[in-house]
Design a protein around this ligand. Structure first.
Ligand SMILES: NCc1cc(CSc2ccccc2)c2nc(N)[nH]c(=O)c2c1
Ligand SMILES: [Zn+2]
Length: 374
């Protein structure tokens, strides 16, 4: 009987790891890419599509689901897995990041964060305890602690004080959920901005609290690729060797490969689905902007090396037409392909680590996407 939280490393290639994370809803083979389903759906695609594309785990969001339809409604409907007909693992964010990125009025204090709903302006309050209670109602397999993601350019003094509070919040989250209760796991989140010593301070404090995994927060907040990679390369290898490492909200294909090389196991990003909706498609030969006139009569598949439903059944000419005509099918086919591309990238990484060929894989994609893929 698999024990939720068990993390077994099968192979290493430099700092990169090939592992299995056990959860109450099944195993996750890492490195893994996790499609984002913020409001209980991965935009424009269904659970069947996600399974077909090889998705092992998806993400949900405390902030959005609390505001609509309500975490207690979801609990009454049997939890998020049953509500959205997804019976594999789900990871949920704690909502703090969305409060800061989506809510206009908000006030942060030791108690937690007060904010107004982006839907109707009503006032709400998230304490660390509330953030965990919502995720328990949702029934997610991996819960994230409530943290403060300081913006790019925050001064050192504020960043230092903020990480101390994030640690106190993390402790309060842990105190209201017994490790492993109901098969749910809890990950701590490292903050500390772009200061190596503050990042180590945040990690050191979190290591005193028993978490089943650790995440790197506060990256991809407007910094340069150089600053992101500097922090990633510094803190990734310093995270606990025997526990899963999750880089939140990152990134381009090259960011993901950089993260894997730094020892990170789990990734999520809205890029595949968000870019799909504006016609930017990721392929084995680089980015394709499907709205370009050059594709008007192009009868070939979007990506000849891709096995997804979109590439097996439709031409670039048709995909361009759907996009130009703003057909809803355009969002579905483009999203399906981009998700399949990111899932395939993670699968190739798992295979490369097993074969000791990760450096070659990274160099291959660097030749196509450049050093950071932007
Ligand atoms: N800009 C990157 C980023 C993204 C997310 C969101 S990741 C996500 C999004 C939707 C659903 C699940 C996870 C973050 N979440 C938290 N809690 N803290 C961060 O520092 C942070 C940084
Ligand atoms: Zn495809």
């Amino acid at each position: 009987m698999p024990v939720p939280g068990r993390f077994t490393i099968h192979a290493r290639d430099g700092k990169a790891r090939r592992a299995t994370l056990h959860t109450a809803h099944g195993e996750i083979q890492t490195p893994v890419f996790m499609p984002v389903g913020t409001q209980g759906s991965v935009k424009a695609v269904g659970p069947d599509d996600l399974l077909q594309a090889g998705s092992q785990i998806i993400l949900g969001n405390t902030y959005h689901l609390y505001l609509r339809p309500g975490d207690e409604l979801v609990a009454r409907r049997g939890g998020l897995h049953r509500f959205m007909s997804w019976d594999k693992p789900i990871l949920t964010d704690s909502g703090g990041f969305q409060v800061f990125s989506l809510s206009t009025i908000r006030k942060i204090s030791e108690k937690g964060v007060e904010f107004r709903s982006y839907l109707d302006g009503s006032k709400h309050f998230f304490s660390p305890e509330k953030a965990i209670s919502i995720q328990q109602n949702l029934g997610s397999d991996i819960m994230m602690v409530l943290d403060e993601c300081v913006g790019y350019g925050a001064d050192r003094e504020y960043t230092a004080r903020s990480l101390e509070r994030t640690t106190r919040w993390a402790r309060r989250c842990r105190e209201v959920h017994t490790p492993g209760a109901d098969g749910q796991l809890m990950f701590g989140i490292i903050q500390g901005g772009f200061h190596e010593d503050l990042r180590e301070e945040s990690l050191g404090q979190l290591l005193e609290i028993p978490f089943e995994g650790y995440a790197i927060g506060g990256l991809s907040v407007g910094e340069s690729t150089e600053d992101m990679y500097r922090i990633l390369n510094h803190i990734g290898p310093r995270m606990p060797e025997e526990k899963p490492r999750y880089l939140m909200g990152v990134g381009t294909p090259m960011d993901i490969l950089e993260g894997i090389e730094s020892g990170v196991d789990m990734f999520d990003c809205v890029l595949p689905t968000r870019n799909a909706r504006n016609g930017t498609l990721f392929t084995s030969q680089g980015k394709v902007n499907i709205k370009r006139a050059e594709f008007r009569e192009d009868d070939g598949p979007l990506d000849p090396n891709c096995q997804c439903y979109t590439c097996r059944n439709f031409s670039r000419a048709y995909l361009r037409h759907l996009y130009t005509a703003r057909e809803i099918l355009s969002y579905r086919l483009n999203s399906l392909h981009n998700i399949a591309f990111f899932l395939e990238l993670a699968r190739q990484a798992r295979e490369a680590i097993e074969g000791g060929r990760f450096a070659e894989l990274k160099a291959h994609y660097q030749g196509i996407y450049g050093t950071d893929g932007r």
